[in-house]
Design a protein around this ligand. Sequence first.
Ligand code: NAD
Ligand code: WQD
Length: 336
Amino acid sequence: MNVLVTGGTGYIGSHTCLALLDAGYTPVIYDNLSNSSIKVLDQLSKISSHTFDFIEGDIADSKKLKATFEQYNIEAVFHFASLKAVGESTEQPLSYYRNNVAGTVTLLETMQSCGINKIIFSSSATVYGDPQYLPIDEQHPITATNPYGWTKVMVEQILVDWCKTDYQHLAIALRYFNPVGAHPSGLLGESPNGIPNNLMPFIAQTAVGKREFVSIFGNDYNTKDGTGVRDYIHITDLAAGHVAAFSTHQNDSGSLVYNLGTGKGYSVLEIINAFSESANIEIKYKFAPRRAGDIASNFADASLAKKNLGWTAQLNIEAMTDDTWHWQSKYPNGLE
Ligand code: NAD
Ligand code: WQD
């Protein structure tokens, strides 16, 4: 089965292409390269000995999407393409709504006009806002605290409504917790442009000498050591979650939601310590004020994915920091 992977040269999409290929699907990559490198394609080929078909295109370009759907006889879409920087979304909300929400509407309209009924959507635990209880299950109310988060809430709603219009429509929203790590080969990983917003790439760049120290945003939270607690999930497990969700439900219909997380929470200090062990380098840090909009703790109840999909995260925090370090030390400047 040929499937389209929008955002397929990005961090999560590229790893998922490998998992899809392993599971017998043929992923066709569709990306405008706004936040990824064309060199990802070479890395994917080195890892898999497979040449991935790639279309440089934007999800807003209905004509190009339609031509791609027809050329490859696409049967389902894995939709990763999105802008994802929380801070930037507060400065440029309209870009985020245009790209993430309007872009998804164009994608769905084009899918519909080509008779493609199945979409797997990259949602986020950000839709839970400040948790009312922990661990967070899928029934937890959803909301947002920034435009990026609202784009995820809005697209989830659009998918629910789209599924109501045709009994053949299938939409699976996967709510990722904190994806980290890299491919075990060290050939593929996350390389954010500029100063990383997220913790793991910031630690990795500090370890490799590109940053002087990590600022820990707050040490007075009501957590085990006062620093923020998150549910970090290895990118390999996350990719496997997509395959499990699709292979379980590909003949079903309706709108479905799953958390993809480990169910375990680690503090910022625990992550820094784990990374120091992996890299065998002391990672300097300083305590800094809390970051606006941050929450104390966040971790998943991932039991629904276990029950329905037979999926649980397999890789521990050491694998996450080992693999991040392997990639970062091999490619300190990413693929550029
Ligand atoms: P990424 O930026 O590495 O990948 C996104 C890809 O989409 C990039 O390659 C970019 O070039 C492409 N893209 C963006 N807009 C496009 C458009 N209009 N048309 C075509 N291609 C476009 O990000 P990622 O970390 O791999 O995230 C993938 C998805 O997962 C996103 O939807 C993101 O919101 C979601 N998500 C990410 C995280 C995380 O922490 N990384 C957590 C939860 C959810
Ligand atoms: C993790 C912890 C920080 C950087 C974000 C998005 C969310 C989702 C995943 C897409 C927190 C602390 C961080 C640093 C630090 N993305 N930290 N120093 O905030 O849980 O989630 O990415 O959907 O929407 O909001 O992840 O990696 O930024 O932070 O102390 O330099 O590390 O305060 O406790 P977050 P993060």
